[in-house]
Design a protein around this ligand. Structure first.
Ligand SMILES: Nc1ncnc2c1ncn2[C@@H]1O[C@H](COP(=O)(O)OP(=O)(O)OP(=O)(O)O)[C@@H](O)[C@H]1O
Length: 674
């Protein structure tokens, strides 16, 4: 499929009037991509490609499947430099940056630049050097191949090789292609197509009665007067959903749906070495749990970092390098070759190297292939848990690992088992999965106590808190493990939920001796209802940059308190490359970093675009274990605010609870406090 055809269809998706229309349009696109397996490679040769998996991933803004730990590692400034170079000698990276400040969105900037002028120079740009994206019309597969080889660039000179490769691609783009490419490279697709839409579209495209390709267009588009409808039944959608849960790869699942149908999807299994999304929890009370489950599985809620550990003991103990096509579908049969322990974060990043003692521990204890879920906690010399921030000092570390291993000791608490021996356990009830866990890792398995009354749960909670843990988890003992699901089968119970995980969407430079550092940070929460594709950015609609987060985010306050000088320096270094707008001493960032922020209360406020403000916000830590997609949402802030309003109803008239007071406390200059 030509990249231009994909870009043109992708662009139109945003104009679809409703969810069903979008799903149908995506389904049509998938059918077209799935049929078009005869790309030319730019030199006119027909190549045997299957664009379907790539198109599906591109739609979701991905080059690699979610379980794959490879990244493009292209920052905004490198992308701007490549764009400037492709736009000709009269355009500098600073010009691109200025346009971005005005437009607020990289795709719009890319579409407005004229990349045609550098065509004659393409040979210097990497396209023909690498042989994957030569002259002629760009194809989806050529773009994919070029981005994959770009991702593989490492070591000395890799930055400039990446810049060259991107230059080569931009240089061959028309405006619609350039818009899509820039967004894809920076992971900001803004097509209004979420994972649920793609899931439904896969079912609709390949599993509905009658092929979409042959259905009557008028009927499909509702031109016959009927409202457009989806034909795939619940079973088909459930089969796609389940296959997505176990494989974590939309591209692979789309191909499987097309080629093997519902039966093929149902046969998909977990693979050791291919991480799945973590099952998540909702807040809940003992009463909720007893009412919903009857018998309640009570576990300690450990205050650490989530890990998913994969291990298949065997002769080879291969490394999970993630660098070949095989890892995109399965690890093959690990029982034959073995797979050394691999540890994945909640976001499926490979953190094995940072946690060697956890890998060694598992390797020394386990003698059967397993996938376990758990929490790694920092402990003191007595083995008592230390605050969550301590474990983060270890979590993504690339240097000084041996020294830090001495400094911050870790303990693994495993609480679930997804696979043991050659059996997938996702559909087994928690009780059974827990038994398998105890068989596989008896010393590290969290205790699971079955309770039927609130007093027993309260006692377990008191014991957990006294032992220095965060609270308790209340689980349905009969429930399956549903990857990625934040359902009602796992409830978390902490004494007080007083923090939110927010995205840093802006900052203000400090003053005096801190003029080189950011001082105050503007916090955003995810707001999927914010029109993510109006192409305008919010710059024109809000009064100031500090009230103008990126599309898809709503601001809830600023934090300056609780950040040490060392943390300020670290935050500045990490955030500076993500500046997209600057106005005086105020900057806006593209979303890259999640921070946990404590607060005393959430109150309505016209000051921030969320309509709420955190009162007494206080920096707690960077959530290294969370991506921006995992940050809290505006819906959660609303719920928390409603809870706050209820709990402080008797406080009516409290003069401190005004927007002004919120703004004042935001800027209290006591950020040196530990
Ligand atoms: N026994 C346990 N079972 C499940 N999760 C546990 C357990 N102990 C600690 N946890 C942690 O609690 C989290 C469950 O809460 P949730 O799904 O809301 O994730 P979260 O957003 O990281 O929440 P929080 O900030 O409360 O840890 C898990 O992601 C896991 O990291």
């Amino acid at each position: 499929m030509e990249f231009a055809a994909f870009a043109e269809r992708a662009e139109r998706l945003a104009d679809e009037p409703g969810d069903i229309e979008t799903t149908l349009a995506v389904a049509d696109l998938l059918v077209a991509a799935g049929e078009d397996t005869g790309d030319t490679d730019g030199a006119g040769e027909i190549t045997d490609t299957d664009d379907l998996p790539t198109v599906v991933r591109f739609l979701l803004g991905r080059v690699f499947p979610a379980h794959d730990t490879r990244t493009l590692d292209v920052g905004p400034s490198l992308c701007r430099e490549a764009m400037a170079r492709a736009a000709g000698p009269n355009v500098t990276a600073a010009d691109v940056e200025a346009r971005l400040a005005a437009e607020g969105e990289i795709g719009a900037v890319a579409a407005a630049l004229d990349f045609g002028g550098q065509r004659g120079l393409a040979a210097f740009g990497g396209g023909e050097e690498t042989g994957t994206a030569g002259r002629g019309a760009l194809t989806v597969s050529a773009v994919d191949a070029e981005l994959r080889s770009l991702a593989a660039a490492a070591g000395d000179g890799s930055e400039s090789r990446k810049r060259d490769a991107l230059f080569g691609l931009f240089n061959r783009c028309d405006p619609a292609e350039a818009k899509l490419l820039a967004r894809l490279v920076l992971g900001e697709m803004r097509l209004g197509v979420g994972e649920g839409t793609v899931r439904d579209a896969v079912a609709e495209a390949f599993l509905a009665d009658g092929s979409r390709a042959t259905r009557d267009a008028a009927d499909r588009d509702g031109d016959d007067g009927d409202a457009p409808t989806l034909r795939a039944d619940d079973e088909a959608v459930a089969a796609v959903e389940r296959a997505l849960q176990v494989t974590n790869d939309y591209g692979h699942v789309a191909r499987l749906a097309r080629d093997a149908g519902v039966a093929g999807l149902r046969e998909e299994r977990l693979a050791v070495g291919r991480p799945v999304q973590a099952m998540l929890a909702q807040a809940g009370t003992a009463t909720d749990a007893i009412e919903s489950f009857g018998e309640v599985a009570v576990e300690t809620k450990f205050d650490g970092a989530r890990v998913q550990i994969h291990y298949a003991p065997g002769a080879g103990d291969d490394e999970a390098t993630g660098d070949d096509e095989a890892t995109e579908t399965a690890r093959g049969d690990p029982d034959d070759t073995g797979l050394g322990p691999r540890i994945y974060s909640r976001n499926m990043d490979d953190v094995t190297d940072a946690l060697p003692e956890v890998a060694e521990y598992v390797e020394s204890r386990v003698d059967t292939p397993i996938i376990v879920d758990g929490e790694v906690v920092a402990v003191d010399d007595e083995g008592d848990p230390l605050p969550f921030q301590e474990v983060l000092r270890r979590f993504r570390r690339k240097h000084d690992i041996d020294r830090m291993r001495e400094e911050v000791r870790l303990r693994l608490h495993a609480f679930d088992c997804l696979h043991a021996g050659d059996t997938d356990l996702l559909e087994e009830p928690l009780r059974v999965r827990h038994e398998r866990l105890v068989d596989a890792l008896p010393d590290a398995a969290a205790e699971l106590e079955v309770a039927t009354d609130a007093e027993a749960i309260a006692a377990a909670e008191r014991a957990a808190l006294e032992a220095g843990h965060e609270g308790v988890m209340l689980k349905n003992p009969e429930s399956a493990y549903t990857p990625g699901d934040r359902g009602r089968d796992w409830l978390k119970r902490k004494p007080d939920v007083e923090t939110i995980d927010a995205v840093v969407v802006g900052a203000e430079w400090g003053e005096g001796r801190r003029a080189e550092l950011f001082g105050t940070f503007l916090l955003g929460v995810r707001d999927p209802t914010d029109d993510a594709d109006d192409g305008s950015g919010d710059a024109e609609t809000a009064e100031t940059a500090d009230a103008a987060p990126l599309d898809g985010y709503a601001t809830v306050g600023k934090v300056a308190t609780g950040v040490t000088d060392e943390e300020l320096a670290d935050l500045t270094e990490r955030l500076e490359p993500h500046v997209v707008r600057e106005e005086g001493t105020t900057v806006a960032f593209d979303p890259s970093l999640v921070v946990e922020v404590g607060y005393e209360e959430i109150q309505p406020s016209p000051t921030y675009s969320a309509g709420y403000a955190l009162r007494f916000p206080r920096f707690v830590s960077v959530r290294e274990d969370k991506d921006v997609d995992d940050a809290d949402s505006l819906a959660r802030v609303r719920r928390l605010a409603d809870g706050d309003a209820a709990s402080s109803a008797e406080d009516a008239g409290d003069a401190d609870c005004t927007d002004d007071s919120a703004a004042d406390v935001d800027e209290r200059p006591d950020r040196d406090e530990p």
